[in-house]
Write a new protein. Sequence first.
Length: 255
Amino acid sequence: MGQVPRAKPWLLLGDGQLALHLRTYLRQLDIPCHQWSRRQGWHETPPPGGAPEPTAALGAFDRVLLAIRDDALADFVSRHATSEGPTWVHFSGSRRIEGAWSAHPLCTFGPEPYEPAVYPTIPFVVESEGPRFDELLPGLGNPSVAIPAADKPLYHALCVAAGNLTTLLWQRFFAELEGRWGIDPELVAPYLCQIAANLQSADRQRALTGPIARADRETIDQNVEALDAAHLDDLAQIYRVFVDSTQPVARETAA
Ligand SMILES: NC(=O)c1ccc[n+]([C@@H]2O[C@H](COP(=O)([O-])OP(=O)(O)OC[C@H]3O[C@@H](n4cnc5c(N)ncnc54)[C@H](OP(=O)(O)O)[C@@H]3O)[C@@H](O)[C@H]2O)c1
């Protein structure tokens, strides 16, 4: 993936978690880009002309990458985007923004940059009504899929349920084990790694183990009672809901 010749650099807006990773990846790809954020103004080099606000220099850019909060997107684009200016791209998995196309990176972006090998593997989800991913962000070369824009809220809710809710569950698990019995989260990390590895295997349908997979009603009831007795009501509730919705699968697996 060499540098794609282009007349104008890109403009990256924001200095949050996604902006850090996009900046790292664009550097890795040698894609010329200027970054601006409310806190810092221009990061490193301002564009030729050196306007203090990027919105005064939009003609200097080929793409505007909006790595800003979802709830700021619509207002920012409606105030600054024009039909003849650069292509505006945002990264929200759920929002549909008039005047900007979405390219949602299906990944989680923390406070530290990732290894260079990670970035090209991240899939992007674009809107099927809009440009293809390679037209929207030429030179990235990542895998991509398109879905109808109207389906984005559901798509994003599923991403959050799978990625963010499990993160909350694991954080809770680490905290409960450490707080109650002094168990170091490091000691538990291989359990998490193996669960992820089993889910990534070709046989991911059989990744579920334990009492729910075995349809072991007695152990399930004991588990839920223990959570109730420890006043971990939210976990007990989640457990019950998952058992109820998973039982037919568990019976099939156990049969
Ligand atoms: N992080 C992820 O894992 C992830 C994954 C996929 C997609 N995304 C998407 O990436 C985008 C950014 O998310 P993030 O996680 O990077 O958020 P973040 O770390 O909270 O950063 C948000 C950035 O938005 C800026 N901002 C907020 N309101 C603004 C405004 N009115 N004008 C200009 N800048 C404004 C903030 O600047 P100030 O500090 O000045 O407020 C900050 O630089 C969102 O659309 C999100 O859905 C994130």
